[in-house]
Write a protein that binds this ligand. Structure first.
Ligand code: SF4
Ligand code: SF4
Length: 410
């Protein structure tokens, strides 16, 4: 860790204005600026490692808003990740987080766990499911897991029905693979209609972000290398992602991680240059005459995930597409770009802070009068829909699902 870069902080306070945790707690110690200061003191041996210090570093959504706004160009992410590694080494990790990291580190483990959880969803008594929460989300509101992992349910190579425009790789991420297969089917459906051959590399595995964010860099490193190997292919037009966090991993974190480790990141940079989220790809490929067929009108609102806004810099593409489609009435929520408080496992670790954020989001989304609440991120989706109640009429889905059954082109 370079202490020098921490000294670049001019304490301007811009990062405080965008930090969702600071906005809720209003305490300097919960701000990105303070986190950087304590890291500096720790690195200079002026502050001892303690559980209190671990708490200050952990109470962060890793949303990236501080990094995106910082005029001094400080890479908060890398500072926080390195500090989290040190804190986990000194003070251990909560059992639930430790288990999650263990499972995500190996695809075979994750598949076994998903299979067992699927059986559990059927066999665990409803009285138990109705009663308990995981963080601020009632168990009964977690999504039903896929009948079969998405990547096993589809062929590795999918050929288009019409013209052949080129080849795309599709990185599905764990959420589509195990919980939201309708996102995957919709994505394939649209790409096929566009005339693309789609390859879904079977060897792909968790992008590693949950491990990196929880101080398990070594485990993440293995996944990073596996994914780079299967995505660094010749004659590929683009690498499609449907999850903003996987996208930011492939686009930004992989090259930076390998650079920090002083390893060759040429392949990671080649992969990064091809990564694009599905909604941006659709927008890029769409002409005026696409998606114009009559369809039942729908009324939607949208939640912009932090990792689209801050890491992939494709903030408005989904909204641009929603605005362009005549059969969609898009009503923007006043806090469309505010963090929902999901933050990977933040909703579990800090449910009180998370709840305040998500309740505000739900109120503002409901006020738009929309029927469908769109968001590209699976964790945001779990958090938003998990915190709706029986009286709420909104349903939450990935925006690509809206386009799945609409013929593309004339
Ligand atoms: S925005 Fe950057 S320079 Fe300003 S206080 Fe935050 S970390 Fe320091
Ligand atoms: S990553 Fe997000 S939550 Fe964490 S300190 Fe930065 S702005 Fe705050």
């Amino acid at each position: 860790m370079k202490v020098k870069s921490l000294q670049n902080c001019g304490r301007c306070g811009l990062c405080l204005q965008v930090c969702p945790v600071y906005k809720v707690s209003n305490q300097e110690e919960a701000s990105p600026r303070a986190r950087l200061q304590v890291i500096k003191y720790y690195k200079n041996n002026n502050l001892e490692s303690s559980t209190g210090l671990k708490e200050i570093i952990s109470k962060c959504l890793m949303c990236g808003s501080c990094k995106a706004i910082c005029p001094s160009g400080i890479n908060h992410y890398s500072q926080f990740m390195e500090m989290r590694t040190a804190m986990v080494k000194d003070h251990g990790e909560k059992p639930v987080i430790k288990s999650l990291v263990y499972l995500l580190a190996k695809e075979s483990r994750l598949q076994l766990a998903a299979g067992a959880a699927k059986i559990g969803q059927r066999l665990i008594p409803q009285t138990f499911i109705q009663k308990y929460n995981l963080g601020n989300i009632p168990l009964k509101r977690f999504p039903e897991l896929n009948k079969k992992p998405f990547r096993q349910a589809v062929p590795e190579i999918i050929h288009p029905e019409n013209s052949k425009k080129g080849t795309l790789l599709y990185f599905t991420g764990c959420a589509t693979n195990h919980a939201f297969d309708e996102t995957g089917f919709s994505t394939i459906n649209i790409l096929k209609q566009m005339g693309y051959k789609v390859i879904i590399p079977k060897k792909q595995t968790c992008c590693g972000i949950p491990m990196l964010f929880h101080g398990a860099g070594e485990k993440a490193h293995k996944n990073v290398l596996i994914n780079i190997e299967c995505l660094d292919q010749k004659d590929i037009k683009a690498i499609i992602v449907d999850c903003p966090t996987c996208g930011s991993a492939l686009k930004t974190e992989y090259p930076e991680l390998l650079e920090r480790l002083e390893q060759d990141n040429g392949a990671a940079n080649r992969v990064a240059s091809k990564v694009i989220d599905i909604m941006s790809f659709i927008l890029q490929e769409s002409g005026d005459d696409n998606f114009t067929q009559a369809k039942e009108p729908v009324r939607v609102t949208y939640h912009l995930p932090c990792h689209l806004k801050n890491s992939q810099k494709t903030a408005n593409n989904t909204e641009k597409l929603l605005d362009a489609l005549p059969w969609i009435r898009y009503d923007k929520a006043m806090d469309v770009a505010d963090c929902c408080g999901g933050g990977g496992t933040f909703f579990y670790e800090y449910p009180e802070i998370s709840r305040q954020m998500v309740e505000k989001k739900i109120k503002n989304a409901t006020d738009t009068g929309a029927d469908i609440w769109l968001t590209d991120c699976p964790v945001c989706r779990i958090n938003l829909s998990g915190n709706l109640t029986e009286k709420d009429t909104l349903t939450v889905q990935h925006p690509v699902q809206l386009l799945s059954n609409v013929p593309f082109g004339k």
